[in-house]
Design a protein around this ligand. Sequence first.
Ligand code: ADP
Ligand code: MG
Length: 393
Amino acid sequence: MPSANENARLAALTNRARSAFQRAYGDAPTHVVAAPGRVNLIGEHTDYNDGFVLPAAIDRHALMAIGPRNDNQVRIVAVDLNARSSFSLDQIDHDQANRWSNYQRGVAWALQGEGLALRGMNMVLTSDVPVGSGLSSSAAVEVATAFAFQVLSEFELNGVTRALLCQKAENDFVGMNCGIMDQFIVSLGSRGHALLIDCRSLDYQAVPVPEGCSVVICDTKKRRGLVDSEYNLRRQECERGAEILGVRALRDVTLEQLVQRRGAMDALTYRRCHHVVSENERTQQAVSALRNNDVAKFGKLMDASHVSLRDDYQVSCLELDEMVAAAWAQPGTLGSRMTGAGFGGCTVSLVESAGTDAFVQDVARTYQSRTGLRPEVYVCQAEDGVGLVSLTN
Ligand code: ADP
Ligand code: MG
């Protein structure tokens, strides 16, 4: 976790959270927790197929200023929404009027379900992870909440278990059927590294993000519309594919085996399977490329990932394709692809450092002229996962 002193953005968020805490509760917070957003470099729609993903935590954070209470209440102020919600740890219900608070409620529910004794707390939340852009503002909130309970209730929780309980909160309390990737990287990210995660065994390895290039995220500003229903549909299509192939999950099939069984399934199921199986292979090749410092190869694999998501998995959209096309046309781009669930949200590009300023300007201009949408472009650092912000002043 960077200290607030070395990161102006984090310092501004910390100050906002601390002063809002003082105003709301008449006291200073005892701790400030920061949990990053994330970007997936490659390995898209593979997590729920027991496959491989390669995300990095980024230097955008959900921040929680917290302090203990002597009762069983949890009070939350959401600064960015100008809203409040509170609940009792004795009886955790959904809040229909403040649905945003179901993430914190769900995490408390999941932790308690594990037998952990939670202490009441006052909390203020503010975040600069954009909401609904595919950078996982929700996992940042969940993992920050779990960490906040850990700190104030003084129990041990390893990073993998924390990620699993946050996923459980989102799946079973919030009702969003997400995979493990987001909570995992937000919980366990490592500065300067991406994590190769095996979504079946939950083994992981930190892989250095190469020097001499930048990770650039371009937000299309196209908000995801179809995503929930299409996401669930893709999951079903993958399950059907695995069933036809007689395996537990698509992770268990090589591309060669899939090609041999082409005749056993309808064309649509084949295409869906083709994306997942080839994406798993690309992700493992991408890790080898990084270990060999072959950034050109890594970039080509990102490009191929986009084509596969666009044509076989059909989760791209005009805006994502325009952004990727603008990036591909830019000198200095090593690779570019859509990232996240799709149908809007962000692209991720690997760009030579020397070409990064020009990339930011030119890609934004080209995209805006083609779509009429004004994009947001972030040059990112790979960050640590959740942690405490040191409060030195
Ligand atoms: P994302 O792709 O950003 O994770 P989701 O729809 O999964 O999008 O999660 C967004 C939800 O997370 C918001 O609707 C809200 O409930 C919660 N959330 C994210 N950021 C904040 C915030 N700053 N304050 C309160 N709630 C937040
Ligand atoms: Mg989310």
